[in-house]
Design a protein around this ligand. Sequence first.
Ligand code: 13P
Length: 249
Amino acid sequence: MRKPIIAGNWKMYKSVKESVKFAKQLNEKFKGIQDREIVIAPTFIATASVIDALSFSNIQVATQDAHWENEGAFTSQISPVSLQELGVKFVILGHSEKRQYDNETDARVNRKLKNVLRNGLKAIVCVGETLQERESGKMEKVISAQVNGCFEGIGLSDLINIVIAYEPVWAIGTGKNATPEQANEVHAFIRALIAKKYNKEAAEALRIQYGGSVKPENIKQLMAQPDIDGALVGGASLKVDSFEALVKF
Ligand code: 13P
């Protein structure tokens, strides 16, 4: 059985003060929930304050990136050493917005993933095709290349600390979500890729989240699909009521 994992990616929304206030509100709502994992990814600058506000909470804090080195001459970058020190549990890697605006590549995601794991953190690795790629029949090719590139040299024993998020780029922030069946089809495809690269048990144990216009109105149908194990949510994770409904789907 794969434990459901619902994560809120706050992107560049909410100031530090707003983030702390919001995290405290969520903490009240989610007390005692143990049958699913709850993750929030505030902006980098709010990370420490949010973790402080959530001491002894079942909400785990993620960041939206981390560097592939622990230290060095990398102006503006964030070391996973500090994230581990603060109590961060997950790092989101390869988000399509990083790929689009910061030229993130699979090779870089792969280096970051290795360093995140070396530092005892878990990762949410994002993959997903654009509309043009889907419409030209390249979805499977694109997803395979992303999974193979991001997982190059990642050992079988590391898989337990990795979640994959399938986020079709055309469904992010557009209100156009993949149908539950469309999403499940790609999740099953990703699981088969992992089975081929590693083995069947590892693939069965791996959690795959769906992301892209997930809302309280569609979470139930998505989560009812056999290969959908959670959600990575942007917009609908930014309000208490809607994130509560998503977590308590
Ligand atoms: P939306 O839920 O706003 O479509 O964003 C999805 C996403 O990018 C989560 O990482």
